[in-house]
Ligand binder design. Structure first.
Ligand SMILES: *[C@@H]1O[C@H](CO)[C@@H](O)[C@H](O)[C@H]1NC(C)=O
Length: 378
Protein backbone atom coordinates (compact mmCIF):
# COMPACT_ATOMS: atom_id res chain seq x y z
CA UNK A 1 0.00 0.00 0.00
CA UNK A 2 1.38 3.50 -0.83
CA UNK A 3 2.13 5.85 2.04
CA UNK A 4 -0.65 8.15 0.81
CA UNK A 5 -3.16 5.31 1.08
CA UNK A 6 -1.89 4.52 4.55
CA UNK A 7 -2.43 8.08 5.66
CA UNK A 8 -5.92 8.10 4.19
CA UNK A 9 -6.68 4.88 6.04
CA UNK A 10 -5.20 6.28 9.23
CA UNK A 11 -7.28 9.42 8.76
CA UNK A 12 -10.45 7.37 8.39
CA UNK A 13 -9.64 5.36 11.51
CA UNK A 14 -8.87 8.55 13.46
CA UNK A 15 -12.07 10.20 12.30
CA UNK A 16 -14.07 7.12 13.23
CA UNK A 17 -12.61 7.01 16.75
CA UNK A 18 -13.12 10.74 17.17
CA UNK A 19 -16.75 10.61 16.15
CA UNK A 20 -17.31 7.68 18.48
CA UNK A 21 -15.87 9.80 21.31
CA UNK A 22 -17.93 12.86 20.51
CA UNK A 23 -20.78 13.45 22.91
CA UNK A 24 -23.01 16.14 21.40
CA UNK A 25 -23.02 19.42 23.30
CA UNK A 26 -25.76 21.94 24.06
CA UNK A 27 -23.25 24.59 22.91
CA UNK A 28 -23.87 26.02 19.45
CA UNK A 29 -21.37 28.00 17.37
CA UNK A 30 -21.03 30.05 14.21
CA UNK A 31 -18.37 32.04 12.38
CA UNK A 32 -15.44 31.43 10.08
CA UNK A 33 -13.37 29.82 12.89
CA UNK A 34 -16.14 27.80 14.50
CA UNK A 35 -15.73 24.00 14.51
CA UNK A 36 -18.05 22.03 12.23
CA UNK A 37 -18.92 19.57 14.98
CA UNK A 38 -19.20 20.58 18.63
CA UNK A 39 -18.33 17.81 21.07
CA UNK A 40 -19.06 18.13 24.76
CA UNK A 41 -16.05 19.53 26.63
CA UNK A 42 -14.06 20.30 23.47
CA UNK A 43 -11.93 23.40 23.05
CA UNK A 44 -13.89 25.30 20.39
CA UNK A 45 -11.93 28.56 20.15
CA UNK A 46 -8.45 29.45 21.35
CA UNK A 47 -5.65 31.92 20.81
CA UNK A 48 -2.24 31.92 22.48
CA UNK A 49 -1.19 35.09 20.66
CA UNK A 50 2.01 33.84 19.09
CA UNK A 51 0.82 36.08 16.31
CA UNK A 52 -1.97 38.58 15.90
CA UNK A 53 -4.40 36.69 13.68
CA UNK A 54 -6.67 39.25 12.05
CA UNK A 55 -8.81 36.45 10.63
CA UNK A 56 -9.86 35.78 14.21
CA UNK A 57 -9.71 39.33 15.56
CA UNK A 58 -11.43 42.10 13.68
CA UNK A 59 -10.33 45.57 14.74
CA UNK A 60 -12.85 48.29 15.38
CA UNK A 61 -12.15 51.48 13.46
CA UNK A 62 -14.25 54.19 15.03
CA UNK A 63 -14.33 57.50 16.88
CA UNK A 64 -17.72 56.72 18.41
CA UNK A 65 -16.63 56.43 22.04
CA UNK A 66 -18.63 53.35 22.96
CA UNK A 67 -21.85 55.24 23.62
CA UNK A 68 -20.22 56.85 26.69
CA UNK A 69 -18.28 59.65 24.96
CA UNK A 70 -15.09 57.84 25.84
CA UNK A 71 -11.95 59.63 24.71
CA UNK A 72 -10.32 57.01 22.48
CA UNK A 73 -10.13 56.49 18.74
CA UNK A 74 -10.10 52.75 18.06
CA UNK A 75 -7.89 51.90 15.12
CA UNK A 76 -6.08 48.98 13.50
CA UNK A 77 -2.44 49.96 14.05
CA UNK A 78 0.46 47.91 15.49
CA UNK A 79 1.27 50.79 17.84
CA UNK A 80 -1.99 50.03 19.62
CA UNK A 81 -2.32 46.26 19.25
CA UNK A 82 0.38 43.67 18.73
CA UNK A 83 1.40 40.17 19.73
CA UNK A 84 4.83 39.73 21.24
CA UNK A 85 6.18 36.47 22.58
CA UNK A 86 2.79 34.89 23.15
CA UNK A 87 1.10 37.93 24.68
CA UNK A 88 -1.39 40.28 23.03
CA UNK A 89 -0.88 43.93 23.97
CA UNK A 90 -3.62 46.54 23.64
CA UNK A 91 -1.72 49.76 24.24
CA UNK A 92 -3.04 53.34 24.26
CA UNK A 93 -1.06 56.14 22.61
CA UNK A 94 -1.54 59.85 21.97
CA UNK A 95 -3.44 60.85 18.83
CA UNK A 96 -1.16 63.91 18.64
CA UNK A 97 1.83 61.61 18.01
CA UNK A 98 0.34 60.90 14.62
CA UNK A 99 -1.43 64.11 13.62
CA UNK A 100 0.25 66.82 15.71
CA UNK A 101 -1.26 68.75 18.57
CA UNK A 102 -2.96 71.51 16.56
CA UNK A 103 -4.93 68.92 14.64
CA UNK A 104 -6.85 67.98 17.81
CA UNK A 105 -8.53 71.39 18.07
CA UNK A 106 -8.89 72.18 14.36
CA UNK A 107 -8.49 69.08 12.22
CA UNK A 108 -11.04 66.99 10.40
CA UNK A 109 -10.64 63.28 10.96
CA UNK A 110 -12.46 61.08 8.47
CA UNK A 111 -11.65 57.43 9.07
CA UNK A 112 -13.82 55.93 6.32
CA UNK A 113 -11.10 54.08 4.41
CA UNK A 114 -11.54 52.52 0.99
CA UNK A 115 -10.20 48.99 1.51
CA UNK A 116 -12.56 46.45 3.09
CA UNK A 117 -10.29 46.22 6.15
CA UNK A 118 -10.22 50.01 6.53
CA UNK A 119 -13.93 50.62 6.72
CA UNK A 120 -15.27 52.52 9.71
CA UNK A 121 -16.93 49.90 11.93
CA UNK A 122 -19.27 52.10 13.96
CA UNK A 123 -20.85 55.27 12.58
CA UNK A 124 -22.98 55.89 15.68
CA UNK A 125 -22.24 59.04 17.74
CA UNK A 126 -20.19 60.68 14.96
CA UNK A 127 -18.02 57.56 14.83
CA UNK A 128 -16.68 57.89 11.28
CA UNK A 129 -15.94 61.59 10.99
CA UNK A 130 -15.33 64.35 13.52
CA UNK A 131 -13.95 67.87 13.41
CA UNK A 132 -11.99 69.11 16.38
CA UNK A 133 -12.60 72.47 18.07
CA UNK A 134 -10.94 74.12 21.07
CA UNK A 135 -13.93 73.15 23.25
CA UNK A 136 -14.19 69.63 21.89
CA UNK A 137 -10.85 68.27 20.83
CA UNK A 138 -10.74 65.19 18.64
CA UNK A 139 -10.41 61.89 20.50
CA UNK A 140 -7.01 62.51 22.11
CA UNK A 141 -6.08 58.84 22.63
CA UNK A 142 -5.63 56.06 20.10
CA UNK A 143 -6.32 52.56 21.27
CA UNK A 144 -7.68 49.23 20.04
CA UNK A 145 -10.77 47.10 20.35
CA UNK A 146 -10.64 43.57 18.92
CA UNK A 147 -13.61 41.29 18.39
CA UNK A 148 -14.53 37.86 17.05
CA UNK A 149 -17.71 39.14 15.41
CA UNK A 150 -17.00 37.37 12.09
CA UNK A 151 -14.79 34.52 13.28
CA UNK A 152 -16.56 33.08 16.28
CA UNK A 153 -19.74 33.39 18.23
CA UNK A 154 -21.26 30.81 20.55
CA UNK A 155 -24.16 30.07 22.83
CA UNK A 156 -23.31 28.40 26.16
CA UNK A 157 -19.81 27.35 27.06
CA UNK A 158 -16.86 28.02 29.31
CA UNK A 159 -14.54 30.96 28.70
CA UNK A 160 -11.15 31.55 30.26
CA UNK A 161 -9.00 34.58 29.48
CA UNK A 162 -5.62 34.90 31.20
CA UNK A 163 -4.88 38.59 31.30
CA UNK A 164 -3.17 41.41 33.12
CA UNK A 165 -4.98 44.71 33.52
CA UNK A 166 -3.34 48.00 32.50
CA UNK A 167 -2.26 50.69 34.98
CA UNK A 168 -2.58 54.41 34.26
CA UNK A 169 -5.08 57.04 35.32
CA UNK A 170 -8.51 56.87 33.62
CA UNK A 171 -7.77 53.72 31.58
CA UNK A 172 -10.77 51.41 31.28
CA UNK A 173 -9.90 47.90 30.08
CA UNK A 174 -12.65 45.42 29.27
CA UNK A 175 -13.02 41.82 28.16
CA UNK A 176 -16.66 41.22 27.32
CA UNK A 177 -19.24 39.64 25.04
CA UNK A 178 -21.97 41.10 22.89
CA UNK A 179 -24.89 39.41 21.12
CA UNK A 180 -24.15 38.35 17.54
CA UNK A 181 -27.65 38.88 16.17
CA UNK A 182 -29.62 41.06 18.62
CA UNK A 183 -32.35 38.43 18.58
CA UNK A 184 -34.40 40.37 21.16
CA UNK A 185 -33.74 43.86 19.80
CA UNK A 186 -31.12 46.49 20.33
CA UNK A 187 -29.11 47.15 23.55
CA UNK A 188 -29.73 46.13 26.23
CA UNK A 189 -32.66 43.90 25.16
CA UNK A 190 -30.32 41.26 23.71
CA UNK A 191 -27.94 41.38 26.66
CA UNK A 192 -24.28 42.09 27.34
CA UNK A 193 -21.85 39.93 29.32
CA UNK A 194 -18.93 41.81 30.89
CA UNK A 195 -16.36 39.21 31.93
CA UNK A 196 -13.97 41.76 33.43
CA UNK A 197 -13.67 45.53 33.66
CA UNK A 198 -11.36 47.59 35.83
CA UNK A 199 -9.91 51.08 36.18
CA UNK A 200 -6.22 51.84 35.64
CA UNK A 201 -5.78 54.34 38.49
CA UNK A 202 -3.28 52.99 41.03
CA UNK A 203 -4.54 55.11 43.95
CA UNK A 204 -8.17 56.01 43.39
CA UNK A 205 -10.70 55.84 46.21
CA UNK A 206 -14.44 56.28 46.40
CA UNK A 207 -16.09 56.23 49.82
CA UNK A 208 -12.87 54.81 51.23
CA UNK A 209 -12.74 51.90 48.79
CA UNK A 210 -9.96 51.45 46.25
CA UNK A 211 -11.82 51.44 42.93
CA UNK A 212 -8.74 51.52 40.70
CA UNK A 213 -6.36 48.69 39.84
CA UNK A 214 -7.26 46.86 43.06
CA UNK A 215 -10.81 46.19 41.88
CA UNK A 216 -12.16 44.03 39.07
CA UNK A 217 -15.81 43.56 38.20
CA UNK A 218 -18.16 41.39 36.16
CA UNK A 219 -21.62 42.46 35.03
CA UNK A 220 -24.64 41.40 32.98
CA UNK A 221 -26.64 44.06 31.19
CA UNK A 222 -30.20 43.14 30.21
CA UNK A 223 -33.50 44.98 29.98
CA UNK A 224 -36.21 46.08 27.53
CA UNK A 225 -34.61 49.49 26.82
CA UNK A 226 -31.55 51.46 28.00
CA UNK A 227 -33.23 53.20 30.95
CA UNK A 228 -34.57 49.86 32.23
CA UNK A 229 -31.44 47.77 32.64
CA UNK A 230 -31.18 45.23 35.45
CA UNK A 231 -27.35 45.31 35.68
CA UNK A 232 -27.29 46.25 39.37
CA UNK A 233 -28.71 42.84 40.28
CA UNK A 234 -26.00 41.13 38.24
CA UNK A 235 -22.85 43.03 39.10
CA UNK A 236 -19.99 41.77 41.25
CA UNK A 237 -16.69 43.24 42.37
CA UNK A 238 -13.58 41.68 43.80
CA UNK A 239 -10.73 43.46 45.52
CA UNK A 240 -7.09 42.44 45.30
CA UNK A 241 -4.68 44.56 47.36
CA UNK A 242 -1.82 43.45 45.09
CA UNK A 243 -3.58 45.07 42.11
CA UNK A 244 -4.93 43.34 39.01
CA UNK A 245 -2.25 45.19 37.06
CA UNK A 246 0.60 43.41 38.82
CA UNK A 247 0.08 39.87 37.60
CA UNK A 248 -1.86 37.74 35.16
CA UNK A 249 -5.15 36.31 36.40
CA UNK A 250 -7.67 33.92 34.90
CA UNK A 251 -11.02 35.55 34.19
CA UNK A 252 -13.65 32.86 33.77
CA UNK A 253 -17.22 32.57 32.60
CA UNK A 254 -19.42 29.51 32.89
CA UNK A 255 -22.57 29.95 30.84
CA UNK A 256 -25.15 27.16 30.83
CA UNK A 257 -28.88 26.80 30.09
CA UNK A 258 -29.42 27.17 33.86
CA UNK A 259 -26.98 29.79 35.15
CA UNK A 260 -24.22 32.28 34.39
CA UNK A 261 -21.23 32.27 36.71
CA UNK A 262 -18.13 34.50 36.83
CA UNK A 263 -14.88 33.48 38.53
CA UNK A 264 -11.38 34.85 38.94
CA UNK A 265 -8.61 32.27 39.35
CA UNK A 266 -11.22 29.55 39.95
CA UNK A 267 -12.86 31.43 42.83
CA UNK A 268 -16.49 32.32 42.13
CA UNK A 269 -17.19 36.03 41.94
CA UNK A 270 -20.93 35.79 41.37
CA UNK A 271 -23.67 33.95 39.57
CA UNK A 272 -27.24 34.27 38.38
CA UNK A 273 -29.58 31.30 38.26
CA UNK A 274 -32.73 32.92 36.91
CA UNK A 275 -36.12 31.81 38.27
CA UNK A 276 -38.77 30.29 35.99
CA UNK A 277 -39.81 33.81 35.05
CA UNK A 278 -36.32 34.26 33.60
CA UNK A 279 -34.39 37.51 33.53
CA UNK A 280 -37.69 39.39 33.26
CA UNK A 281 -38.60 38.25 36.76
CA UNK A 282 -34.99 38.41 38.01
CA UNK A 283 -34.70 42.03 36.86
CA UNK A 284 -38.01 42.95 38.50
CA UNK A 285 -39.39 44.23 35.19
CA UNK A 286 -42.87 42.71 35.64
CA UNK A 287 -43.79 45.80 37.66
CA UNK A 288 -43.36 47.97 34.60
CA UNK A 289 -45.87 48.48 31.85
CA UNK A 290 -43.65 47.18 29.06
CA UNK A 291 -43.83 44.16 26.81
CA UNK A 292 -41.37 41.41 27.69
CA UNK A 293 -39.10 41.00 24.64
CA UNK A 294 -37.97 37.60 25.95
CA UNK A 295 -41.44 36.04 26.35
CA UNK A 296 -40.82 33.58 23.51
CA UNK A 297 -37.27 32.75 24.65
CA UNK A 298 -36.03 30.35 27.31
CA UNK A 299 -35.62 31.37 30.95
CA UNK A 300 -32.00 32.34 30.10
CA UNK A 301 -33.18 34.89 27.49
CA UNK A 302 -31.58 37.14 26.37
CA UNK A 303 -28.60 34.94 27.29
CA UNK A 304 -29.84 32.02 25.19
CA UNK A 305 -28.44 33.28 21.89
CA UNK A 306 -24.94 33.50 20.41
CA UNK A 307 -22.43 36.07 21.67
CA UNK A 308 -18.98 37.08 20.42
CA UNK A 309 -15.90 38.20 22.38
CA UNK A 310 -14.47 41.74 22.58
CA UNK A 311 -11.26 43.02 24.22
CA UNK A 312 -10.36 46.69 24.46
CA UNK A 313 -8.77 49.54 26.38
CA UNK A 314 -11.07 52.56 26.59
CA UNK A 315 -10.26 55.87 28.27
CA UNK A 316 -12.48 58.05 30.46
CA UNK A 317 -16.00 58.70 29.20
CA UNK A 318 -18.92 60.56 30.75
CA UNK A 319 -21.23 57.69 31.75
CA UNK A 320 -20.04 57.62 35.37
CA UNK A 321 -17.79 54.57 35.21
CA UNK A 322 -15.30 57.11 36.59
CA UNK A 323 -17.46 58.83 39.21
CA UNK A 324 -17.14 62.56 39.85
CA UNK A 325 -15.60 63.35 43.21
CA UNK A 326 -13.27 60.36 43.48
CA UNK A 327 -10.09 60.77 45.51
CA UNK A 328 -7.10 60.43 43.20
CA UNK A 329 -3.55 61.86 43.55
CA UNK A 330 -4.53 64.37 40.84
CA UNK A 331 -8.19 65.36 40.52
CA UNK A 332 -10.44 63.84 37.86
CA UNK A 333 -10.06 66.35 35.02
CA UNK A 334 -13.62 66.30 33.69
CA UNK A 335 -17.12 66.32 35.19
CA UNK A 336 -19.41 63.68 33.80
CA UNK A 337 -21.87 66.43 32.83
CA UNK A 338 -19.21 68.52 31.10
CA UNK A 339 -19.98 69.49 27.48
CA UNK A 340 -16.22 69.87 26.96
CA UNK A 341 -15.05 66.60 28.54
CA UNK A 342 -12.46 65.59 25.95
CA UNK A 343 -10.83 69.04 26.10
CA UNK A 344 -10.90 69.03 29.92
CA UNK A 345 -9.20 65.64 29.84
CA UNK A 346 -6.59 66.61 27.25
CA UNK A 347 -5.68 69.85 29.07
CA UNK A 348 -4.85 67.85 32.22
CA UNK A 349 -2.41 65.53 30.43
CA UNK A 350 0.51 66.61 32.61
CA UNK A 351 -1.37 64.92 35.45
CA UNK A 352 -2.36 61.61 33.88
CA UNK A 353 0.18 60.98 31.16
CA UNK A 354 3.10 60.38 33.56
CA UNK A 355 1.05 57.64 35.28
CA UNK A 356 0.83 55.70 31.97
CA UNK A 357 4.62 55.13 31.80
CA UNK A 358 4.45 55.05 27.99
CA UNK A 359 8.18 55.64 27.71
CA UNK A 360 9.11 52.82 30.04
CA UNK A 361 9.33 49.21 28.90
CA UNK A 362 7.49 49.94 25.65
CA UNK A 363 4.34 51.12 27.42
CA UNK A 364 3.58 47.70 28.85
CA UNK A 365 2.23 49.12 32.15
CA UNK A 366 -0.58 50.89 30.30
CA UNK A 367 -1.35 47.87 28.10
CA UNK A 368 -4.05 45.28 28.55
CA UNK A 369 -1.98 42.10 28.24
CA UNK A 370 -3.67 38.87 27.19
CA UNK A 371 -1.80 35.60 27.48
CA UNK A 372 -4.56 33.42 26.05
CA UNK A 373 -8.24 33.12 25.26
CA UNK A 374 -9.87 29.69 25.52
CA UNK A 375 -13.49 28.72 25.00
CA UNK A 376 -14.83 25.22 25.59
CA UNK A 377 -18.16 23.63 24.75
CA UNK A 378 -20.30 22.47 27.67
C1 LIG B 1 0.10 54.04 13.47
O1 LIG B 1 0.25 54.76 14.69
C2 LIG B 1 1.46 55.51 14.76
C3 LIG B 1 1.52 56.12 16.16
O2 LIG B 1 0.42 56.94 16.38
C4 LIG B 1 1.50 56.55 13.66
O3 LIG B 1 2.70 57.27 13.71
C5 LIG B 1 1.33 55.88 12.32
O4 LIG B 1 1.23 56.85 11.31
C6 LIG B 1 0.09 55.02 12.29
N1 LIG B 1 0.02 54.29 11.03
C7 LIG B 1 -0.98 54.42 10.20
C8 LIG B 1 -0.85 53.63 8.94
O5 LIG B 1 -1.95 55.11 10.43
Amino acid sequence: MSSKMWSILLGVVTLASLSAACTPSVTTVSGTHAPVTVCSGALIFADDFYDLDLEKWQHENTLSGGGNWEFQYYNNNRTNSFADNGVLYIRPSLTSDQFGENFLSSGNLNIEGGAPADRCTNPQWFGCERTGSPDNVLNPIKSARLRTVNSFSFRYGRVEVRARMPAGDWLWPAIWLMPAYNSYGTWPASGEIDLVESRGNRHMFSNGLHIGTQEAGSTLHYGPYPALNGWERAHWLRRNPAGYDRAFHQYQLEWTPDFIRFSIDNVELGRVTPPNGGFWEFGGFNHHNVENPWRFGSKMAPFDQKFYLIMNVAVGGTNGFFPDGVANPTPKPWWNGSPTASTDFWRARNNWLPTWNLNINDGRDASLQVDYVRIWAL
